[in-house]
Design a protein around this ligand. Structure first.
Ligand code: FES
Length: 111
């Protein structure tokens, strides 16, 4: 049986890529597999590995599924970036990466 594939449009700020992703893959995995990172410079190595604990993998979801994970529901409700590790690709999606993120979607305050 062949795997179902979905298109995920990813805007990085400078360019747009369209990924073909196997249904059921988490958005985090799909991004990392394509060489794209949902993380900021500090959290690229120090994160929870996709367990929904660190809240550092947020992306803007322009099109995608409703949230299921409690933290992702809170993000969607209050307008924060959605946790890419808690979003499964189950249809066509559109995502915008936060390219200037340092940690949780915010820049460090200027000194
Ligand atoms: S990788 Fe930690 S919450 Fe997503």
């Amino acid at each position: 049986m062949s795997e179902r594939m979905w298109s995920v449009r990813v805007e990085t700020g400078e360019s747009v890529q369209v990924l073909e992703v196997v249904e059921g893959t988490t958005l985090r995995e799909a991004l990392l597999d394509a060489g794209l990172s949902p993380y900021g410079v500090l959290t690229r190595k120090a994160n929870c590995g996709g367990r929904g604990l660190c809240a550092t993998c947020g992306v803007w979801l322009e099109q995608g599924p409703e949230p299921v994970h409690w933290h992702d529901r809170a993000a969607a409700r209050y307008g924060y970036p959605r946790l890419s590790c808690q979003v499964r690709v189950e249809g066509p999606m559109a995502v915008r990466l936060i390219t200037d993120k340092v940690m949780w979607g915010k820049l460090l305050p200027s000194l």
